[in-house]
Design a protein around this ligand. Sequence first.
Ligand SMILES: Cc1cc2nc3c(=O)[nH]c(=O)nc-3n(C[C@H](O)[C@H](O)[C@H](O)COP(=O)(O)O)c2cc1C
Length: 590
Amino acid sequence: MLDKKFSIFFGTQTGTAEEFAEDLTNSLKELGVKCSLHDLEDYDPKHLPSEEYTIFIISTYGEGEPPDNAIDFYNYIHDDDHPKTYLSSMNYTVFGLGDSTYETFNYCARNVKKKFDELGARLFFKIGYGDDDDDIESDFLSWKTNLIEFLKSSQTNTSTKTTKKTTTIKHIEYEFLETNPEKKAFRQDNNTSIQLEHKIKFSKIISSQELHTKKSKRSAKLVKFDISNLGLNYNAGDHIGIYPENSIENVKRVYKLLKIENPDQVFILKEKTKNSFLTKYQPCTIKEAISNYCDLTSPPTRILLSSLIPYITNQDLTKYISSLTNLEKNEFQDFLQNKAHTILETFEFFSESLNIDLGDFFGLCPSQTPRFYSIASSPLETPNEIHIVFINSVWYTNQKKKYLGLCTSFISQFSNKDDKYVPVFIRHSEFRLPNKNQIQNKSIIMVGPGTGFAPFRGFIQELAIRKKEKNSQIGNITLFFGCRNREEDFILQDEMQNAKETGILDNLFVSFSREQKEKIYVQNKMLENKQIIWNCIRNNGYFYICGDAKKMAKGVINTLFSICSEMGGEKGEQLFYSLKNNKRLLEDVW
Ligand SMILES: Cc1cc2nc3c(=O)[nH]c(=O)nc-3n(C[C@H](O)[C@H](O)[C@H](O)COP(=O)(O)O)c2cc1C
């Protein structure tokens, strides 16, 4: 089969599937296989029937939805008009990226497979499922190894030449320019007129407000963005994607690594690299490229480590990298915990033996990825603003080395005075209030502890306006909120209490997990108020959950099931199982 021509497609939200697809393409090319790589967003799916061998690497987002760049493709294959033999000439395999914490584990890959089968396509190699709750890269690499072994073993045409893996360095050429004639740079403070990718806009940060009290050791922020005249339409419940900027300390570390003396120098890469930003927004200055287009802070992947090998001059280090990139988890984990926790630290760790220049660095370093936040406002209340709420993330390695979340620490530092413009875009979500007709006399229950309250702040703003409308007959509205301690992290308490006092919320139940010996969570408050929950469910109401996927959302769903079962017996259980399909149980969890 190595003599066949393969088309490899990726569907990705945050770049992992793209990295895997590129790696597979490189591995197949090294074997001498003819293959082409396609972003599903740029591919016209009408060409699918003429494809012979295809490989789809695709992630799942939202609640079992395809990632943004695969939506058109996904809708196209699900079009009812295709005949049953539509893809009968196509052979395919799929590697899905998902997270087993979600009930909708790898839905998108599974649905693509189901649809391809229905349309007559032939699965030529078993589908792989990667689990981001464990070690998704190792899932992918084992699937890839098996795929390559399979392709080799089913080789019929012995005359196919396989090229030997070569270690010759392929330098990425670049050129310095006197000026920046096209002014294409992605981020230009104060200038919203430059051409960006269609959906990305520069939005000004209006304010950043601390929400925890001084007694709290943590920090949570309410940040407001100005979107007036940007043409960004959003609904309460949607997400905002934000492109963070690398800290100046990290940017200076790259100057040191690459011995850059004049970071304001304008340059252009002479060829396409995997860094899609550089391809789109060149020419730009070295500083702009390192600050905005490079992911310096994610953990390195084994794929990134392997790609450094040709540039390493020390044989022992080359062997060391090879040992890290085989699938032994412990050695790789030890590298991440004790030697290099981020991509920048990886470059630094090998720097003495790493023979790379500016062009190579941009060829090797992955693109910066957007961070997504649940919008915490309603356009009915603030049409010219988008609000978000987040915890400033901090974590430590086993060695107690401290790391700050890139995007949260980047946004937190600005206020109105700073005139800071940030590239943002909207990701529409299905997590939204029922429309006018659906909501008549229906109850709504919202469970959102901590920053999981974010979308419900937007819902409450919207309900306040909807309740004032003529003939509006909305049922009971209940909010379950939870935090550690009322004196530390009861965020936006005034707003919640005001909503209760003014009758927008009929019920507000708050659990404080650390005010007493035993932990009290939102689930406990749900059990205490099971009659309200059961009334909502049996009368076709809506149940929303936002926040932590791993423990909270699972716990809340289990509690909801036990309430339905206890209050309604077998019928109650059936009702519970129908909630998801009827879109009356909605989750925005991470
Ligand atoms: C907001 C959010 C929603 C997600 N929803 C799902 C889901 O419904 N099912 C699933 O299997 N994985 C889900 N995932 C996990 C991603 O599919 C997984 O992290 C994957 O590796 C991302 O790949 P990408 O970077 O190529 O988009 C979700 C992740 C996030 C952040």
